[in-house]
Design a protein around this ligand. Structure first.
Ligand code: NAD
Length: 495
């Protein structure tokens, strides 16, 4: 069944102690459809009073123990039901997400939408992981036996951005809940509309009330109150470095655990011996996908000198296939930017790009569109790596393309960045790939491949791209307390 534009979307209310609620103040905020620029729905605008109620509900559920001390097999059953229900309601989820953030629906598929399917997979993965993981035991000289215990920690604050609203949120909530914690989630004010569906799913799947709570609202007002709450033991945040710095300051004296997944200015390094038939479309997808609003966007494309001109020619031809238009049209590849604020910000960077370099193609709105915060796929050339457009995260479909001589030169350019999130290497030489991967200062590297995710990967950033890792055992460490108990033994007699 084709996914069609919604005629009306119900408001996103807070979800506290298993009930949908309005803000205590009664305030709401508008959620704008970035393709039509019209209000598509409203969301509750929470503040410290709503956060207080949500954290209390979460804390009570944690102490009650139905979930936190529940059997791992019980938690697995509930979270598997969550995954099944997410897939069953895939079209609904896609519909509201497209309406709120403009990501194109893409061609029709037989199964659930790819990103929704991955959200479901996050729950299945961690539901199984928490059941299968074992404790360790150590025996010192037959005189002391120690065994480890993994316990949930308490109430976590989960704060998420608007790009991939459900998928990015489930990377956090799946391990957080699977390991028995309770959570208060503050989704982005720009893309809150899939959360009511998820809350209904949790309820239907049998998650005890209060284990998962949502407070909608603006960053400092709702998110700030949440991170500061004394009953919040840890904060998992995905968003901008500026917000991460603000959160750090707010919680500096409390010693709460934090995991920060932040932005990037990732280099896509293309050597002369690369397979351009693959590298060119992947380089385009890495910067034009989600209109460049991806933390792992390959926003600096470094191309070895002998193939520089050929790359630019093929890259421009590839960019022309990124047709902008109605995100509900299955033929559309390029959606709008998420908001007027984001559109203006990217337009300012394009003005700067004209001074710092030369716009090879794009650089403005696509001609044929009436409404919407659209910006055409853009390449900037003749620019130095120390230019602001090469150093700052633009978060739009704008690539800076620079030539390099050899691997040392490529690495100097790539590593000259405050960020350290992702890197892409395209080469026919395994040795080159291996050498460059080791010297590239980013936490995630894809070789001869675009972005792909194995849920065991240590997903996260280094340098200004954050700290902490999400995925498999890395998430387990963040969302559990590892303790031990020791007892003495009388040594066995040895014969
Ligand atoms: P943002 O930092 O503005 O907002 C992220 C979330 O934090 C939102 O829910 C917002 O309401 C909340 N927030 C804002 N101020 C707050 C405060 N003072 N206290 C507590 N919460 C607050 O980021 P954004 O514009 O929504 O997202 C874009 C950024 O996210 C980019 O920098 C992008 O690279 C990054 N990002 C990183 C990853 C990753 O996995 N590394 C993934 C997606 C996006």
């Amino acid at each position: 069944m084709p996914i069609v534009a919604p005629t009306s979307i119900p408001p996103a209310r807070h979800y506290i102690g298993g009930l949908f609620e309005d803000s205590e103040s009664g305030a709401t905020l508008d959620v704008i459809n970035p393709a039509t620029e019209a209000i598509t729905a409203r969301a509750a605008r929470g503040d410290a009073r709503d956060v207080e109620r949500a954290v209390r509900a979460a804390r009570e559920s944690f102490e009650d123990g139905a979930w936190s001390r529940g059997r791992p097999s019980f938690r697995r059953e509930v979270l598997f039901r969550v995954a099944d229900l997410i897939e069953r309601r895939s079209d609904e989820i896609v519909t509201v997400q497209v309406a709120e953030m403009g990501e194109p629906v893409g061609p029709p598929s037989d199964g659930p939408d790819f990103y929704v399917a991955r959200s479901a997979q996050n729950f299945r993965f961690f539901a199984e992981e928490q059941e299968l993981v074992g404790n360790q035991s150590f025996n010192r000289d037959d005189t002391l036996v120690t065994y480890t215990m993994l316990d949930p920690v308490g109430v976590y604050a989960l704060i998420t951005p608007w790009n991939g609203p459900l998928m990015l949120s489930t990377w956090k909530m799946a391990p957080c809940l699977a390991y028995g914690n309770s959570a208060v989630h503050k989704p982005s004010e720009l893309a809150p509309l899939s959360m009511p569906i998820l809350c209904e799913i949790f309820e239907e799947a049998g998650l005890p009330a209060g284990v998962y709570n949502v407070v909608h609202g603006f960053g400092a007002e709702a998110g700030g109150a949440l991170v500061e709450h004394p009953d919040v033991c840890g904060i998992s945040f995905t968003g901008s470095p500026a917000t991460a710095r603000d959160i750090s300051q707010r919680v500096a004296s409390s010693l709460k655990r934090t995991s920060f997944e932040l932005g990037g200015k990732s280099a896509n390094i293309i050597f002369a011996d690369a397979d351009l038939d693959r590298a060119v479309p992947e380089a385009a997808a890495a910067i034009f996908g989600t209109s460049g609003q991806s933390c792992v966007a390959g926003s600096r494309i470094l191309v070895q000198q002998p193939i520089y001109d050929e790359f630019l020619e093929r890259f421009e031809a590839e960019a022309a296939t990124w047709k902008a238009g109605d995100p509900f049209d299955p033929g559309t590849r390029l959606g709008p930017l998420v908001s007027k604020g984001q559109y203006d910000r990217v337009m300012d960077y394009l003005d700067l790009a004209r001074k710092e370099g030369r716009i090879l193609f794009g650089g403005d709105r696509p001609d044929d569109l009436g409404t919407g915060y659209f910006i055409a796929p853009t390449a900037v050339v003749d620019v130095e790596n120390d230019a602001r457009i090469c150093q700052e995260e633009i978060f739009g479909p704008v690539a800076a393309v620079m030539p390099f001589d050899d691997a040392d030169h490529a690495l100097r350019l790539a590593n000259d960045s405050v960020y350290g999130l992702a890197g892409y290497i395209w080469t026919g030489s395994q040795q080159t790939a291996h050498d460059v991967a080791h010297r590239l200062e980013t936490a995630m590297i894809w070789i001869n491949s675009g972005f792909s995710r194995d849920l065991r990967q240590p997903f996260g950033g280094m340098k200004g791209s954050g700290h902490g890792r999400e995925g498999g055992g890395y998430s387990r460490e963040f969302y559990t307390e590892t303790r031990f108990a020791s007892f003495p033994l009388t040594p066995r007699r040895r014969h």
